[in-house]
Design a protein around this ligand. Structure first.
Ligand code: ZN
Length: 338
C-alpha cells in the first residue's frame, strides 16, 4: 500500500500522520517523537527520520512505500521551506539561520518533501475536511491560539505568497473602533501594529489588551486577584460557564473576527470560513454562541453572500500534520508517484 506522511515539527515535539492513496488517515490522534530542535539541524533531521520509521510501523506501512513527505514548521520561512536568516523562536540554534529545511529533509530521507508553515498546514487540513483533496473551492481559516494564525486556500491551493507570508491573516488591520462596548481600547500587537486581528483575537490579546480593558469595569471580579498571564488562561473556561466579563472578552474576539471575515468576503468571495484553535476547545453550546457572535458582527452582505458558512475546524491537535500530509499527496500526484 502506498502512502504519504505528514510531519509537524514544533518547538519540542514532532507529530506524524500517514495518509493512504484512498485518502484515509492511518493514525488517529497524536503520534509524537521529541524534536530536539534546540540541538540544530543535523540532530533534528535525524530525529524526524527516526520518528517517521516508528510512525510508519504504527500505521502498518513499509517505509519504502511512503512515496512523499509533507513537512510543516512554525515560521518565518520562505514558501519553499528556507528558514529565516534572522532565526526564530523555535529554531534558536545558529545553524538553523537560513537553513533550507525542506531540501535538508528530502536529502536525509531520499524522498520528495513538500513544505508549508504550520498555520497554512492547519488551514489546508480544515479545508480538506470540508471539501476533500481534489476540490476547487476557496476557504479562509483562522486558528486562535497564543497568537492568531491563518491560511487562505484559493481554488484548492494554499496561498503561500512570494516570500512565504501569504495568509498571515493575524496581522491584517481591522476597523476595531466599530466593535460595540470597547470605546477607548488601544489594542497593540507584538508585530507593532495597532488594531490587527491578533491584537484582539488571541490568548495574547486577552492578556495584553482585552482583560486590562474590562477588569476595571467589573470591580471585585475573581480574575483581578491574579496576574494577567494567569488570568488570561482562565477566561475561556469561565466564559464557557457563563461568566459575564469573560463572555464579553469572547464577544470582542468574535466581533473582531466578524469584521475580518467581512474584509475577506469582499476580497475572495469564499465558499467557507473555518475557525479553530484552543479558543474553541469549549462546549458545543459555547461554540455555537461564538459563531453567532461572529456573524452578528459582520456588516450585512449581498443576498448571495449572506449565507457563507462558518465551520469549526476538526482535530485541532493533528491539524498541522494532516495538512502537511495533504500537501504531500498533491506533490505525489503531480509527480506521478501517487
Ligand atoms: Zn500583528
Amino acid at each position: 500500500m502506498r502512502a504519504v506522511a505528514g510531519v509537524d515539527l514544533g518547538g519540542t515535539a514532532i507529530n506524524y500522520t500517514l495518509l493512504n492513496d484512498e485518502e484515509t488517515f492511518l493514525i488517529e490522534g497524536l503520534c509524537e517523537h521529541p524534536a530536539l530542535a534546540k540541538q540544530g539541524p543535523e540532530i533534528c533531521l535525524q530525529q524526524i527520520a527516526d520518528g517517521l520509521k516508528i510512525a510508519a510501523e504504527r500505521a502498518g506501512v513499509a517505509l519504502e512505500d511512503v512515496v512523499a513527505v509533507g513537512l510543516d514548521t512554525p515560521g518565518p520561512a520562505s514558501a519553499a521551506g528556507q528558514l529565516s536568516a534572522r532565526g526564530s523562536t523555535n529554531f534558536v540554534h545558529p545553524k538553523w539561520a537560513g537553513f533550507d529545511i525542506c531540501q535538508g529533509l528530502a536529502h536525509k530521507l531520499g524522498k520528495p518533501v513538500s513544505y508549508l508553515n504550520d498555520a497554512n498546514a492547519a488551514a489546508l487540513w480544515g479545508h480538506y475536511a470540508i471539501f476533500g483533496s481534489r476540490c476547487r473551492e476557496t476557504s479562509i481559516s483562522i486558528v486562535i491560539g497564543t497568537g492568531n494564525g491563518g491560511g487562505i486556500i484559493l481554488e484548492g491551493n494554499v496561498v503561500k505568497g512570494k516570500n512565504g507570508f501569504g495568509g498571515e491573516l493575524g496581522h491584517v488591520l481591522i476597523p476595531y473602533q466599530s466593535i460595540a462596548g470597547t470605546s477607548g481600547i488601544k489594542p497593540e500587537c507584538n508585530c507593532g501594529r495597532t488594531g490587527d486581528l491578533e491584537s484582539l483575537c488571541s490568548l495574547t490579546a486577552i492578556e495584553k489588551n482585552i482583560l486590562p480593558y474590562f477588569l476595571p469595569r467589573y470591580p471585585g471580579h475573581e480574575l483581578a486577584k491574579l496576574d494577567l498571564h494567569q488570568a488570561a488562561k482562565l477566561v475561556r473556561g469561565l466564559a464557557d460557564k457563563g461568566d459575564p466579563l469573560c463572555k464579553e472578552v469572547f464577544r470582542v474576539q468574535a466581533h473582531a473576527l466578524g469584521l475580518f471575515f467581512d474584509e475577506m468576503v469582499n476580497t475572495f468571495d469564499p465558499d467557507a470560513f473555518i475557525v479553530g484553535g484552543g479558543a474553541l476547545e469549549t462546549s458545543p453550546e459555547f461554540q455555537r454562541w461564538f459563531m453567532e457572535q461572529i456573524r452578528a458582527a459582520m456588516p450585512s452582505q449581498r443576498e448571495e453572500q449572506a449565507g457563507i458558512p462558518i465551520y469549526v475546524m476538526p482535530n485541532g491537535d493533528s491539524a498541522g500534520a494532516r495538512g502537511a500530509a495533504i500537501e504531500a499527496l498533491k506533490l505525489a500526484r503531480q509527480s506521478g508517484l501517487g
